[in-house]
Design a protein around this ligand. Structure first.
Ligand code: ZN
Length: 416
């Protein structure tokens, strides 16, 4: 019997250690910081100064400046064609970010009442940049084919620079990282879904976020369980100075995320629990975007996390919200902000919406005798929404856009 007991005990212990070892590292923010400090040791002191500035700002009371809008440029760096994600997939990602940072996530209903009380509308929105650093009009998306597979992980052999950040190393150069949030979309490979630089931890050319194309947006290549666009909500959290909710050291309750209204948590959550979990003497907030739970689970930031993020946007990252690289949102009648181009149109008509709003509308296109050529209900995102008119005979058409409270009619000419 003793032997048997010992056997079960050792089986239990090895299972327990397997479970411990099972934490799949899916975020590389810490690794990116480590690499950056090795190449640029001066950033270690810089990070301390930066962190202090943010903390002081929080302590002095963060003033609410209303909704802040961050201009984003997506650098799609692809090896194979499938990694060259569509513009619609980019729009779905912007929509997901705006949903998550404005506390409009439908999974929020699953959050426990205790935690709902501290949940925050972060009041940050994101828009695709409409002007590039030279003042030219842009879609806010760059596309680069790279000779390297898994470029998200690649370091240049001679100097250790991450290739993704440099055009001459097979990646794409950043746009002014003080003024734009730069997000590189690529194949990272391995278990890592994304990397982000904490404020003050990266040189200007390398400041931003890298995200895997299979954890990006909510359509196209987005793959379960990271298919609802929330990996980026998590990485933007780091970029705006949030730590992981369990404080980065699994198994140690004394290490915290430095945020008062997130409970102490022992380790990252995997999957999506359907019951309450307890660790470090309190319930785990596994619905928090800064955990590792699956997209179906993630649904909230807290009030104190909001303060930290706003503090970073009013100190070290303040240039991000001071430019006019995309127009402000909060339009009452979004339809009035819509532009159709080009007109005359050849094969694709773009419906462009300025500002950070996303709204549901239907599009109908009629010919001159009232035949419905196309009817679609869709979500419009900031940026340009393409409509395929290749199969329309040449001629004049009417485009009717209807939202819940408004209607817009425009005449277009199809001329192939
Ligand atoms: Zn992370």
């Amino acid at each position: 019997m003793r032997c048997k007991t010992y056997f079960f005990l050792s089986l239990f212990l090895s299972l327990a250690s397997m479970l411990n070892a099972q934490v799949v590292e899916q975020c590389g923010a810490g690794v990116l910081q480590k690499n950056s400090f090795v190449s640029h040791p001066e950033l270690i002191a810089n990070r301390e100064v930066t962190e202090q500035a943010i903390q002081e700002f929080v302590q002095n009371g963060v003033t609410n400046r209303g909704v802040l809008t961050i201009p984003v440029v997506f650098h799609v760096v692809y090896y194979s064609e499938v990694e060259n994600v569509s513009a619609q997939q980019v729009f779905s990602q912007i929509a997901a970010l705006n949903r998550d940072y404005r506390n409009r996530n439908e999974n929020f209903s699953k959050v426990h009442e205790d935690f709902k009380k501290v949940a925050a509308d972060v009041e940050i929105e994101f828009c695709l940049a409409e002007k590039d650093p030279f003042g030219n009009e842009t879609t806010g998306i760059t596309r680069t084919q790279t000779p390297y597979t898994n470029i998200g992980h690649r370091l240049n052999p001679s100097d250790g620079r991450p290739s993704i950040f440099y055009s001459n190393l097979g990646g794409e150069d950043a746009w002014d990282t003080e003024k734009y949030l730069n997000i590189w979309v690529c194949n990272i490979g391995g278990s890592i879904l994304g990397f982000a630089s904490f404020p003050g931890t990266a040189i200007a050319a390398e400041d931003g976020i890298i995200i895997d194309y299979e954890a990006f947006g909510s359509i196209g290549t987005a793959k379960k369980p990271n298919h609802l666009g929330k990996t980026l909500a998590h990485e933007v959290g780091h970029y705006l100075d949030l730590e992981h909710i369990w404080g980065n050291t699994a198994g140690d309750c004394s290490i915290d995320d430095g945020i008062d209204d997130t409970p102490e948590q022992e380790r990252p959550t995997q999957g999506c629990p359907n019951d309450r979990r307890v660790s470090c003497g309190s319930f785990d907030m596994y619905n928090n975007y800064m955990d590792y739970s699956t997209d179906e689970c993630l649904a909230m930031f807290t009030q104190e996390q909001k303060k930290r993020m706003l503090a970073s946007l009013q100190t070290v990252r303040k240039e991000l919200v001071n430019g006019d690289f995309c127009s402000q949102n909060t339009v009452d009648s979004p339809l009035e902000q819509i532009k159709l181009y080009t007109n005359p149109v050849d094969d694709e008509l773009f419906v462009s919406l300025k500002g950070g709003n996303i709204f549901e509308a239907s599009v109908m296109i009629y010919d001159l005798v009232g035949h419905v050529m196309m009817e679609e209900k869709t979500f419009f995102f900031p940026g340009a929404y393409p409509i395929d008119v290749r199969f329309f005979p040449q001629g004049v058409y009417f485009v009717v856009l209807s939202s819940s409270d408004n209607q817009l009619i425009r005449k277009i000419v199809v001329n192939h």
